[in-house]
Design a protein around this ligand. Structure first.
Ligand code: CO
Ligand code: ZN
Length: 334
């Protein structure tokens, strides 16, 4: 599964520009689903067990990643930029980035009196050109870039850009491969533009009309030196979300996840996140409401170039996803 993760994290797919990662995912799941379609916004929607008459379970992992967008090209060929999704300028200095066409750039900034003066408007991308004309041969206003980082395998731990949320995509793809026959209709959504406000999941949920919604996404970890208080640790298993800023997990869904984890000896921990949201936030508000929850992957250094996950946690998340997909007699009344 590590090679699958590597392919996913190293593929380009900034929010609103998910075509390369969508193509890769469609190739990876082609043999494991009954049908695949792409909707207007670009969501990949794959169905397994189309003929099944059980409830419809929608899993959602977002394909998009955070990035930068070019706002101005100056006379010396330096690119000014803004953020696509939640990007902290203090995580950007000296990073390397790559555009969809493969052009690489590095990030510099103007001279600062003090580090706290580091704002995005004082920063620029240097793509190795010395004039606007030369730069425009490679990059145009509005082009987007992502971090340029390979995945590093530390054995138990994996580090890369875009673990948020390609690790969720990898878990969903792997679960599709491992799923047995199920009475349920399993709909795997690889959503777009989560980082811009859960946009793809909203239109996907409207089409899919699920009876149960489950997001697969990263969450933070509180286990590094003097970290913000968060009772989630790498290596302690799949994190079952209780709440975040987008969702109070439906009690029947939380109960189902805990029961399945216990019955199947899947390592798990409970997650209360005081910030952020996931696709489940959009899914649960679709139509007349959808019982929803989220399987979270504990992740350090979120929204930076070196997001770190634990491989054992990833396995636990695959196992829990497979268990939910195969659950019989789903009863999701409050
Ligand atoms: Co994110
Ligand atoms: Zn995410």
């Amino acid at each position: 599964m590590k090679e699958l993760i590597r392919k996913l994290v190293e593929t380009f797919g900034v929010a609103g520009h998910e075509e390369p990662i969508a193509d890769l995912i469609c190739d990876e799941i082609a043999d494991d689903v009954d049908e695949i379609r792409r909707d207007t916004l670009g969501n990949v929607i794959a169905v397994r067990g189309v003929q099944n008459d059980g409830p419809t379970i929608m899993f959602s992992a977002h394909m998009d990643e955070i990035g930068l967008v070019v706002t101005h090209i100056d006379e010396n060929g330096f690119l000014r930029f803004s953020n696509v999704g939640g990007v902290n300028p203090h995580r950007l200095s000296d990073q390397r980035v790559v555009f969809a066409n493969g052009r690489m750039g590095c990030i510099g900034h103007e001279r600062l009196e003090k580090v706290t003066d580091l704002k995005m408007e004082k920063m620029f991308i240097d793509i190795g050109c010395s004039s606007a004309d030369e730069a425009e041969e490679h990059v145009s206003i509005g082009d987007v870039a992502s971090f340029l980082r390979p995945m590093n395998d530390l054995g138990d731990r994996l580090v890369s850009k875009a673990m948020d949320d390609r690790i969720g995509c990898a878990i969903l793809i792997q679960a599709l491969k491992e799923m047995k026959d199920t009475p349920n209709r399993v709909v795997a959504v690889f959503s777009v533009q989560e980082e811009l406000g859960l946009r793809g999941a909203r239109t996907a949920a409207y089409q899919v009309e699920p009876d149960l919604g489950v997001a697969l996404d990263v969450t933070g970890a509180g286990d590094t030196p003097k970290a913000r208080r968060l009772d989630v640790s790498l290596g302690d298993g799949a994190a079952i979300k209780v709440m975040d800023r987008s969702l109070m997990t439906h009690p029947a869904v939380k109960g189902l996840m805990v029961r399945l984890a216990e019955e199947n000896d899947i390592p798990h921990q409970m997650e209360v996140l005081e910030f952020g949201g996931t696709d489940a936030g959009a899914i649960h508000l679709s139509r007349t409401g959808v019982p929803s929850g989220c399987i979270s992957i504990p992740t350090r250094y979120l929204h930076g170039p070196s997001e770190m996950v634990d491989y054992g946690d990833v396995r636990a998340c695959v196992d829990l996803t497979v268990a939910i997909a195969g659950a019989e007699n789903l009863d999701l009344r409050r």
